[in-house]
Design a protein around this ligand. Sequence first.
Ligand SMILES: [Zn+2]
Length: 452
Amino acid sequence: MSVQLLKDVEDEVTRFLSELIRINTTNPPGNETAAAKYVGENLSQDGFKCEFFESAPGRGSVVTRLKGTGEKPSLLLLSHLDVVAADAKEWSVDPFGGVVKDGFVWGRGALDMKGMTAVEVMVMKLLKRNGVALKGDVVLAATADEEQGGLSGADYLLRNYPEKVFAPYVLNEGGGVAVPTRNGNVFTVQTAEKGILWFKVKAKGVPGHGSMPNVADNAIMRMNRVIGKLGNYRSRVSVVPTVKRFLEEMAREDPLLEEPFSRLLANPELSDEILDELAKTAPDLAEEIRPRLKMTIAPTIIRGGVKENIIPSECEAVFDCRILPGQESAQAIGLIKGLLGEVDSEKLAFEGLQVQEPSESTAETPLYDVISAVLREFEPDCGVTPMLTTGGTDSRFFRRMGSVCYGFQPMFPEVSSGKVVKREHGIDERISIENLVFGTSILYETVKKFMS
Ligand SMILES: [Zn+2]
């Protein structure tokens, strides 16, 4: 086994993460500058020169760079410094206390994604301390605002300072966690993510008295038909390259998946039936796959009516639509408007709220090959698979500019008392110290191999 666990970084990476969690960067408002300064000061102790960029007061990002000879394209280690809110009353520890106990670092951001920031900072320091001869630049950027869409963080940097942060290869969040299967661990690499289309529909009607429903034209009843139409919409199935490879790799690792997945790949139009069948034995996996095969539309907010006895003239609902790589938001909007037209084109108004296009990077790259090789040096019979996520990350901004971006935060499933802990954005979010060491070891080896 040539990939060794770097046990001697344990204290340093643990302490770094614990202190980073103590800097509350709940977004909104973010206040990431304090965290960016902390990262910068830590790196400066190892002689790194850091640059700080604020999109607005308090909304800071930090960037640093290790120069290479230029023989190879540069690689960006990307992370975001902001976190989602945490309600201390629901937690068993202070979510911003940076508590270290039971082998875990606890706190908001431990998994999403200050833990990865800690790993990436450690990798930069190790590359420098060990004098690794780099053939290309390795850049680190820890940015603001990912949890609110990234416009004040990664997108801002890329638009205003591309020379500081753009790199042909990017490693970021979104993948890396091993999926346990019958034949061992399969490590995921996020190579694609769905696009987001949030929109609002307003239904109009004619108000009236609640005791005389037939005289009025009830906007709630019209919205009821809209929700039925959009909420039950079954989109055409499309197996994008990432999902195709995911199904193939999973089938290779788990004999019980071989039959259903090869049938699904041969007959994508039967996917719902095949997944219904799979759900009887592997419900989590079946429901993970289902939204990765098609565009989805889910109603998420509804508002209408003011008083018990008044039939309202207006009702509005918000929908969360997710589209696959290869689909475009404009096409999706056209399709949605068509569905609305089938309900009532006169009295319905469509309003787009937010659009983020989907993105996909090929897995046929030297970086992907190095990731696979390093993981297999560590765990010889593990599987490695590209993966599509239903949620978005800052990778989309870099893929738009042509970068190959992989979500790769190498981790074993977090297990506590025999149960897998899945707590991004959740209560008692935490990362095991074992995974901080494992993540640092795998990422360090990957960067070293890829860049030298
Ligand atoms: Zn995140």
